[in-house]
Design a protein around this ligand. Structure first.
Ligand code: SF4
Ligand code: URA
Length: 195
């Protein structure tokens, strides 16, 4: 089976999933969007109001920030892949619980296995923690390790993990938006170098 078929099947599974209580509350599940051949995968936290309405990741206010950051380094949404650790919206945009992350993260694991990105960018603390632990790294505060490159060795080759602040923080903390900008420049250097 090719990537397209595998991803389509997985997306169908996610759209009808009821493995955790968020499945009962959602309008639409949000599997992810972008290229199945992406070299760079962004992993946010969970869908918010607009994502739940539209079934697409990062289409609300945080999404605008992400679009701006991508544009600044000349990347288009269609050439990267964007998803979340949890695929259905938590009520009132609360943080996803440990149980929800546990129920949902096998979908993300599968997306990584199918797409085989060269770089994974966890956006925000929760996503950072999940991805770093998954690849066997020690978790440290995001203020300390954002923009750093962690090299993971997998069965299908090297993956660089570069955690960053969540774009939503840029909406109310301009200093962190500057940090995000700098980290995106590092991402550009990395992709220019090795992809
Ligand atoms: Fe299934 Fe994930 Fe939605 Fe829970 S959040 S119902 S595990 S797709
Ligand atoms: N915040 C996220 O973490 N993910 C989205 O898809 C939207 C907002």
């Amino acid at each position: 089976m090719g990537k397209e078929e595998l991803m389509n099947k997985l997306e169908e599974k996610i759209k009808s999933c009821r493995k955790c209580p968020l499945g009962e509350l959602r309008t639409n599940a949000v599997p992810g969007s972008g290229s199945y051949n992406a070299k760079v995968m962004f992993v946010g936290e969970a869908p918010g109001y607009w994502e739940d309405q539209k079934g697409l990741p990062f289409v609300g206010r945080a999404g605008k920030v992400l679009d701006e950051l991508l544009a600044e380094i000349g990347l288009d949404r269609d050439e990267v892949y964007i998803t979340n650790i949890v695929k259905c919206r938590p009520p009132d945009n609360r943080d996803p619980t440990e149980d929800e992350i546990k129920a949902c993260s096998p979908y993300l694991d599968r997306q990584i296995d199918i797409i085989r990105p060269k770089v994974i960018v966890p956006l925000g603390r929760h996503s950072m923690r999940y991805i770093l632990e998954k690849f066997g790294f020690e978790v440290e505060p995001i203020s300390k390790i954002h923009g750093k490159a962690f090299e993971a060795h997998t069965l299908f080759g090297k993956i660089v993990i570069m955690p960053m602040y969540h774009p939503a923080v840029a909406l109310y903390r301009p200093a962190l938006k500057e940090e995000l900008r700098k980290d995106f420049q590092k991402l550009r250097e990395l992709t220019g170098e090795s992809l």
